[in-house]
Ligand binder design. Sequence first.
Ligand code: SF4
Length: 348
Amino acid sequence: MNKQDLKSLKRNELSKWFAKNGFPAFRAEQVFNWLYKNGIDCFEDMSNLPADLIDYLKEKAYFERLIKVDTIEAEDGTIKYLWGLSDAEQIESVYLPFADGRNSICISSQLGCQMGCSFCATGKSGFIRNLTTGEIVDQAFQMQKDISKAAYGEPRISNIVFMGMGEPLENLEAVMKAVNIFNDEKGFNIGMRKITISSSGIVPAIRKLADLEAQLVLAISLNAPVNSLRNRLMPINKKYPLDELLSAVRYYINKTNRRVSFEYVLINGINDTIEMAEKTADLLKGYLCHVNLIPLNPVVGFGFQGPGRENMIDFKGILEERGIECTIRQERGSEIQAACGQLRHLNK
Ligand code: SF4
């Protein structure tokens, strides 16, 4: 019989699993507490569980545990983690400490990605499979353990962004279960507004997410304001072109009353021109939104270059003149290939 991964279960699911197996709900609360308050994921170390329960759990259940294969730390404190999975595949995630006290992690939702964005290392290395909830949760669990100076304490992870490997909306069920555990006050206790899901624009899933009315941050990778260019940069646009995407975003905003982030990776000479800035401003006019301009982090062998500083400032200026809120994202981790679009499923 297959064992149950207890890190893949939300708190109420854990209670149900314990009840189904003949144990009272408070035992599930104890296990959840050991996991997320104490960072303990070994049955023998859960000292308030009776021996017969520990024996039973060892036979019927387990905790997903990623193997830390490697870490690389940048001068700014960014740490890229390479994790080994139980099927010998590898994924990456990133820890980003900020001067304002935020401790953000960027995590992966899939092993590889099938979206094939032309500027992205993950997309180029193909798609293998979705990650389980336990594999998603364990990235945060292991990073929290790793960065804690005390046993499982400070600094605490304060923000989580699904901007690592994969398209989170293609693995929506597992991602939303992980989000529930991150948000649970007895789990990671991270506010919904500090959790960001970034999507290349899977229209039906954006509508589904809107119907959940979760108060998280939705970030859409826009990257081009016209279909001809977006088709080239992001093949998903051929399936869900801009008018369908923007209509789903409108639906999301109306349902949740949340501001949407548009991510725009600036690529020298391709999408960073004055014309593209004007078209972007026209496209987003009237939307409750914010634009994040991200200088491309070049990946060796892809042929694209990052924009010049002047182009970025001009682009930002045009959006702001036309009433679109906009920031240029601070570059982090690019020298260790840990920036947006630089993660791969193997550290090739
Ligand atoms: S940018 Fe995101 S959606 Fe596009 S290929 Fe890379 S990981 Fe996938």
